[in-house]
Design a protein around this ligand. Structure first.
Ligand code: RIB
Length: 328
Protein backbone atom coordinates (compact mmCIF):
# COMPACT_ATOMS: atom_id res chain seq x y z
CA UNK A 1 0.00 0.00 0.00
CA UNK A 2 1.39 3.39 -0.99
CA UNK A 3 2.68 5.63 1.80
CA UNK A 4 2.90 9.41 2.05
CA UNK A 5 6.61 9.12 1.09
CA UNK A 6 5.72 7.25 -2.12
CA UNK A 7 3.28 10.02 -3.01
CA UNK A 8 5.95 12.68 -2.37
CA UNK A 9 8.49 10.83 -4.56
CA UNK A 10 5.96 10.32 -7.37
CA UNK A 11 4.91 14.00 -7.24
CA UNK A 12 8.46 15.29 -6.92
CA UNK A 13 7.64 17.30 -3.82
CA UNK A 14 8.48 17.06 -0.08
CA UNK A 15 6.50 14.90 2.39
CA UNK A 16 5.57 18.14 4.12
CA UNK A 17 3.90 19.42 0.96
CA UNK A 18 1.89 16.20 0.65
CA UNK A 19 0.91 16.49 4.32
CA UNK A 20 -0.30 20.05 3.76
CA UNK A 21 -2.44 18.94 0.83
CA UNK A 22 -3.93 16.14 2.96
CA UNK A 23 -4.66 18.66 5.74
CA UNK A 24 -6.22 21.00 3.19
CA UNK A 25 -3.58 23.64 3.92
CA UNK A 26 -3.00 26.03 1.00
CA UNK A 27 -0.09 25.06 -1.26
CA UNK A 28 1.01 26.25 -4.73
CA UNK A 29 -1.54 25.19 -7.36
CA UNK A 30 1.05 23.27 -9.39
CA UNK A 31 2.20 21.31 -6.33
CA UNK A 32 -1.41 20.63 -5.35
CA UNK A 33 -2.07 19.14 -8.79
CA UNK A 34 1.11 17.05 -8.72
CA UNK A 35 0.17 15.60 -5.32
CA UNK A 36 -3.42 14.84 -6.32
CA UNK A 37 -2.25 13.16 -9.55
CA UNK A 38 0.23 11.04 -7.56
CA UNK A 39 -2.46 10.08 -5.01
CA UNK A 40 -4.73 8.92 -7.81
CA UNK A 41 -1.95 7.07 -9.68
CA UNK A 42 -0.76 5.21 -6.57
CA UNK A 43 -4.27 4.74 -5.18
CA UNK A 44 -2.98 6.19 -1.89
CA UNK A 45 -5.34 5.69 1.08
CA UNK A 46 -4.78 7.95 4.03
CA UNK A 47 -4.06 6.11 7.29
CA UNK A 48 -6.88 7.08 9.66
CA UNK A 49 -4.58 6.90 12.65
CA UNK A 50 -2.03 9.01 10.87
CA UNK A 51 -4.89 11.41 10.05
CA UNK A 52 -5.67 11.73 13.76
CA UNK A 53 -2.04 12.63 14.41
CA UNK A 54 -2.11 15.20 11.63
CA UNK A 55 -5.56 16.75 12.15
CA UNK A 56 -6.03 15.99 15.89
CA UNK A 57 -9.46 14.74 14.84
CA UNK A 58 -10.82 11.20 14.74
CA UNK A 59 -13.96 12.06 12.76
CA UNK A 60 -15.71 9.74 15.20
CA UNK A 61 -18.54 10.57 17.61
CA UNK A 62 -19.58 8.43 20.58
CA UNK A 63 -23.20 7.96 21.58
CA UNK A 64 -24.47 6.51 24.86
CA UNK A 65 -28.02 5.18 25.03
CA UNK A 66 -29.51 3.06 27.85
CA UNK A 67 -31.19 0.16 26.08
CA UNK A 68 -31.22 -0.73 22.38
CA UNK A 69 -34.06 -3.20 22.97
CA UNK A 70 -36.26 -0.09 23.23
CA UNK A 71 -37.22 0.94 19.65
CA UNK A 72 -37.04 4.64 20.55
CA UNK A 73 -33.31 4.41 21.26
CA UNK A 74 -32.80 2.29 18.13
CA UNK A 75 -34.44 4.92 15.94
CA UNK A 76 -32.38 7.67 17.58
CA UNK A 77 -29.08 5.83 16.99
CA UNK A 78 -30.06 5.02 13.38
CA UNK A 79 -30.75 8.66 12.58
CA UNK A 80 -27.58 9.92 14.30
CA UNK A 81 -25.51 7.34 12.40
CA UNK A 82 -27.14 8.25 9.06
CA UNK A 83 -26.57 11.98 9.59
CA UNK A 84 -22.94 11.54 10.66
CA UNK A 85 -22.22 9.07 7.86
CA UNK A 86 -23.39 11.61 5.28
CA UNK A 87 -20.66 14.01 6.41
CA UNK A 88 -17.86 11.48 6.73
CA UNK A 89 -18.08 10.79 10.46
CA UNK A 90 -18.19 7.39 12.18
CA UNK A 91 -20.31 6.49 15.22
CA UNK A 92 -19.06 4.63 18.29
CA UNK A 93 -22.03 3.09 20.11
CA UNK A 94 -22.35 2.49 23.85
CA UNK A 95 -25.50 0.55 24.69
CA UNK A 96 -25.05 1.06 28.42
CA UNK A 97 -27.88 -1.16 29.71
CA UNK A 98 -27.91 1.35 32.60
CA UNK A 99 -24.40 0.19 33.57
CA UNK A 100 -22.71 3.28 35.00
CA UNK A 101 -19.26 1.70 34.68
CA UNK A 102 -19.71 1.41 30.92
CA UNK A 103 -20.84 5.00 30.72
CA UNK A 104 -17.80 6.17 32.67
CA UNK A 105 -15.53 4.21 30.31
CA UNK A 106 -16.97 5.90 27.22
CA UNK A 107 -16.76 9.35 28.80
CA UNK A 108 -13.07 8.64 29.49
CA UNK A 109 -12.54 7.56 25.88
CA UNK A 110 -13.77 10.93 24.70
CA UNK A 111 -11.61 12.68 27.26
CA UNK A 112 -8.57 10.83 25.88
CA UNK A 113 -9.39 12.19 22.42
CA UNK A 114 -10.24 8.79 21.08
CA UNK A 115 -13.38 10.38 19.64
CA UNK A 116 -14.23 14.02 18.85
CA UNK A 117 -17.40 14.38 20.90
CA UNK A 118 -20.20 12.67 22.83
CA UNK A 119 -23.98 12.46 22.58
CA UNK A 120 -25.62 10.84 25.62
CA UNK A 121 -29.13 9.93 26.72
CA UNK A 122 -28.49 8.81 30.28
CA UNK A 123 -30.36 8.59 33.57
CA UNK A 124 -27.17 7.81 35.51
CA UNK A 125 -26.33 10.09 38.41
CA UNK A 126 -22.69 10.31 37.36
CA UNK A 127 -20.72 13.38 38.38
CA UNK A 128 -18.56 12.66 35.34
CA UNK A 129 -21.34 14.15 33.19
CA UNK A 130 -21.32 17.31 35.31
CA UNK A 131 -17.55 17.68 34.81
CA UNK A 132 -17.45 17.20 31.04
CA UNK A 133 -15.34 19.93 29.38
CA UNK A 134 -15.26 18.57 25.82
CA UNK A 135 -17.90 18.66 23.01
CA UNK A 136 -21.01 17.04 24.56
CA UNK A 137 -24.75 17.02 23.90
CA UNK A 138 -27.17 15.55 26.44
CA UNK A 139 -30.61 14.29 25.41
CA UNK A 140 -33.52 14.54 27.87
CA UNK A 141 -31.25 15.53 30.73
CA UNK A 142 -30.02 18.97 31.77
CA UNK A 143 -26.52 18.67 33.31
CA UNK A 144 -26.13 22.39 33.84
CA UNK A 145 -25.79 25.60 31.86
CA UNK A 146 -22.40 24.53 30.49
CA UNK A 147 -23.90 21.51 28.69
CA UNK A 148 -26.25 21.48 25.69
CA UNK A 149 -29.54 19.69 26.37
CA UNK A 150 -31.76 18.55 23.50
CA UNK A 151 -35.23 17.17 24.16
CA UNK A 152 -38.78 17.30 22.94
CA UNK A 153 -41.12 19.68 24.78
CA UNK A 154 -42.07 17.15 27.45
CA UNK A 155 -44.39 19.47 29.35
CA UNK A 156 -46.30 20.30 26.16
CA UNK A 157 -46.44 16.56 25.47
CA UNK A 158 -48.05 15.90 28.84
CA UNK A 159 -50.53 18.73 28.32
CA UNK A 160 -51.40 17.45 24.84
CA UNK A 161 -52.08 13.92 26.15
CA UNK A 162 -54.39 15.34 28.83
CA UNK A 163 -56.24 17.58 26.35
CA UNK A 164 -56.85 14.64 24.00
CA UNK A 165 -58.17 12.40 26.82
CA UNK A 166 -60.27 15.26 28.23
CA UNK A 167 -61.79 16.05 24.83
CA UNK A 168 -62.51 12.34 24.31
CA UNK A 169 -64.53 12.17 27.51
CA UNK A 170 -62.07 10.87 30.10
CA UNK A 171 -62.86 11.98 33.65
CA UNK A 172 -60.85 9.44 35.67
CA UNK A 173 -57.27 9.87 34.36
CA UNK A 174 -54.05 8.25 35.56
CA UNK A 175 -50.38 8.59 34.61
CA UNK A 176 -48.43 5.33 34.62
CA UNK A 177 -44.69 5.90 34.88
CA UNK A 178 -41.89 3.34 34.63
CA UNK A 179 -38.96 3.88 36.96
CA UNK A 180 -37.72 7.05 38.57
CA UNK A 181 -36.50 8.60 35.38
CA UNK A 182 -34.47 11.70 36.12
CA UNK A 183 -34.40 14.65 33.76
CA UNK A 184 -36.75 16.58 31.57
CA UNK A 185 -39.17 13.69 31.00
CA UNK A 186 -40.60 14.26 34.47
CA UNK A 187 -42.36 17.24 32.90
CA UNK A 188 -44.66 14.83 31.07
CA UNK A 189 -46.43 14.34 34.39
CA UNK A 190 -46.47 18.02 35.35
CA UNK A 191 -47.95 18.95 31.96
CA UNK A 192 -50.53 16.16 32.15
CA UNK A 193 -51.56 17.07 35.71
CA UNK A 194 -51.78 20.81 35.00
CA UNK A 195 -54.54 20.36 32.40
CA UNK A 196 -56.72 18.22 34.67
CA UNK A 197 -56.05 20.56 37.60
CA UNK A 198 -57.28 23.44 35.43
CA UNK A 199 -60.38 21.36 34.60
CA UNK A 200 -60.96 20.55 38.29
CA UNK A 201 -60.56 16.82 37.67
CA UNK A 202 -58.61 14.61 40.06
CA UNK A 203 -55.68 12.87 38.34
CA UNK A 204 -53.64 10.02 39.80
CA UNK A 205 -50.11 8.79 39.16
CA UNK A 206 -48.71 5.25 39.57
CA UNK A 207 -44.98 4.56 39.42
CA UNK A 208 -43.79 1.06 38.56
CA UNK A 209 -40.76 0.15 40.65
CA UNK A 210 -37.63 2.16 41.29
CA UNK A 211 -35.37 0.97 38.55
CA UNK A 212 -34.88 2.92 35.38
CA UNK A 213 -35.26 0.16 32.89
CA UNK A 214 -38.14 -1.82 31.44
CA UNK A 215 -36.21 -5.04 30.91
CA UNK A 216 -37.95 -8.41 30.72
CA UNK A 217 -37.37 -8.78 34.45
CA UNK A 218 -39.58 -5.74 35.05
CA UNK A 219 -42.38 -6.00 32.52
CA UNK A 220 -44.13 -8.48 34.83
CA UNK A 221 -44.12 -5.77 37.52
CA UNK A 222 -46.50 -3.66 35.45
CA UNK A 223 -48.78 -6.63 34.84
CA UNK A 224 -48.76 -7.63 38.51
CA UNK A 225 -49.55 -4.08 39.63
CA UNK A 226 -52.46 -3.80 37.22
CA UNK A 227 -53.80 -7.20 38.29
CA UNK A 228 -53.58 -6.14 41.93
CA UNK A 229 -55.45 -2.90 41.24
CA UNK A 230 -58.18 -4.66 39.28
CA UNK A 231 -58.64 -7.52 41.75
CA UNK A 232 -58.87 -5.06 44.64
CA UNK A 233 -61.36 -2.90 42.69
CA UNK A 234 -58.81 -0.11 42.85
CA UNK A 235 -58.60 0.21 39.09
CA UNK A 236 -61.09 2.98 38.51
CA UNK A 237 -59.65 4.80 35.49
CA UNK A 238 -61.02 5.59 32.04
CA UNK A 239 -57.97 7.36 30.62
CA UNK A 240 -54.34 6.24 30.89
CA UNK A 241 -51.23 8.18 29.89
CA UNK A 242 -47.93 6.28 30.06
CA UNK A 243 -44.34 7.52 30.18
CA UNK A 244 -43.48 5.68 26.95
CA UNK A 245 -45.03 3.60 24.19
CA UNK A 246 -43.25 0.51 25.51
CA UNK A 247 -45.10 0.88 28.83
CA UNK A 248 -48.35 1.57 26.93
CA UNK A 249 -48.02 -1.66 24.96
CA UNK A 250 -47.51 -3.68 28.13
CA UNK A 251 -50.49 -1.97 29.80
CA UNK A 252 -52.73 -2.50 26.75
CA UNK A 253 -51.95 -6.22 26.60
CA UNK A 254 -52.55 -6.78 30.32
CA UNK A 255 -55.79 -4.78 30.48
CA UNK A 256 -57.17 -6.65 27.46
CA UNK A 257 -56.18 -9.93 29.15
CA UNK A 258 -58.15 -8.73 32.19
CA UNK A 259 -61.19 -8.16 30.00
CA UNK A 260 -61.09 -4.40 29.42
CA UNK A 261 -62.07 -3.05 26.00
CA UNK A 262 -59.59 -0.45 24.72
CA UNK A 263 -60.51 2.28 23.81
CA UNK A 264 -64.23 1.65 24.50
CA UNK A 265 -63.83 1.27 28.29
CA UNK A 266 -60.32 2.62 28.85
CA UNK A 267 -58.49 5.02 26.55
CA UNK A 268 -54.71 4.86 26.38
CA UNK A 269 -51.99 7.27 25.22
CA UNK A 270 -48.28 6.43 25.20
CA UNK A 271 -45.21 8.59 24.51
CA UNK A 272 -42.55 8.46 21.75
CA UNK A 273 -44.47 7.79 18.53
CA UNK A 274 -43.22 4.26 17.87
CA UNK A 275 -44.39 2.96 14.51
CA UNK A 276 -44.30 -0.48 12.89
CA UNK A 277 -40.86 -0.70 11.21
CA UNK A 278 -40.51 3.03 11.92
CA UNK A 279 -42.77 3.90 8.96
CA UNK A 280 -46.09 2.14 9.54
CA UNK A 281 -49.01 2.75 11.88
CA UNK A 282 -48.48 3.87 15.45
CA UNK A 283 -48.58 0.93 17.85
CA UNK A 284 -50.79 2.92 20.24
CA UNK A 285 -52.20 6.44 20.35
CA UNK A 286 -49.17 8.42 21.35
CA UNK A 287 -47.35 11.71 21.83
CA UNK A 288 -44.92 11.72 18.92
CA UNK A 289 -41.32 12.73 19.57
CA UNK A 290 -39.56 14.16 16.45
CA UNK A 291 -36.70 11.62 16.75
CA UNK A 292 -35.07 12.53 13.43
CA UNK A 293 -35.11 16.23 14.30
CA UNK A 294 -33.70 15.41 17.75
CA UNK A 295 -30.85 13.51 16.06
CA UNK A 296 -30.21 16.35 13.61
CA UNK A 297 -30.20 18.94 16.39
CA UNK A 298 -27.71 16.87 18.40
CA UNK A 299 -25.27 16.35 15.51
CA UNK A 300 -25.42 19.98 14.34
CA UNK A 301 -24.89 21.31 17.86
CA UNK A 302 -22.02 18.90 18.58
CA UNK A 303 -20.18 19.72 15.35
CA UNK A 304 -20.52 23.43 16.09
CA UNK A 305 -18.89 22.76 19.46
CA UNK A 306 -16.08 20.78 17.79
CA UNK A 307 -15.57 23.53 15.20
CA UNK A 308 -15.65 26.13 17.99
CA UNK A 309 -18.63 27.85 16.37
CA UNK A 310 -21.55 29.42 18.31
CA UNK A 311 -24.10 26.86 19.55
CA UNK A 312 -27.37 26.77 21.54
CA UNK A 313 -27.36 25.43 25.11
CA UNK A 314 -31.04 24.40 25.25
CA UNK A 315 -32.98 22.96 22.30
CA UNK A 316 -36.63 21.97 22.83
CA UNK A 317 -38.53 20.45 19.90
CA UNK A 318 -42.30 20.35 19.37
CA UNK A 319 -44.37 17.20 19.76
CA UNK A 320 -47.63 16.06 18.14
CA UNK A 321 -50.44 13.53 18.70
CA UNK A 322 -50.50 10.28 16.72
CA UNK A 323 -53.71 8.20 16.62
CA UNK A 324 -52.83 4.56 17.15
CA UNK A 325 -56.37 3.27 17.80
CA UNK A 326 -56.27 3.26 21.61
CA UNK A 327 -58.27 6.50 21.88
CA UNK A 328 -61.83 7.07 20.69
O1 RIB B 1 -39.00 5.02 25.61
C1 RIB B 1 -37.81 5.57 26.04
C2 RIB B 1 -38.03 6.91 26.69
O2 RIB B 1 -36.84 7.28 27.31
C3 RIB B 1 -38.39 7.98 25.66
O3 RIB B 1 -39.59 8.60 26.03
C4 RIB B 1 -37.22 8.92 25.68
O4 RIB B 1 -37.62 10.30 25.79
C5 RIB B 1 -36.37 8.50 26.82
O5 RIB B 1 -36.39 9.42 27.85
Amino acid sequence: MATIKDVAAEAGVSVGTVSKVLRQVNVKEKNYKKVMDAIEKLDYRMNAYAQVLRTSRTFTIAIIVPDLTNPFFCALVCYVEQILGAIGYRLLLCNSQYNEGREKHYIEMVRQNMVDGLIALSYANLEEYEKIDFPFVSIDRNFGNHVTCVSCDNEAGGRLAAKVLLEKGCRKPVYLHNGVRSGDIRKRWTGFKSVFDEAGINVKRINFGNETTLTNTRIHLIGEELERLVSSDAFDFDGIFTSSDVVALVVKKKLEQLGFAIPEEVQLIGYDGLREMNIGDYYVSTIVQPVKNIAMACVENLLNQIDKKPYQKRIRLSVSFGDGGTTK
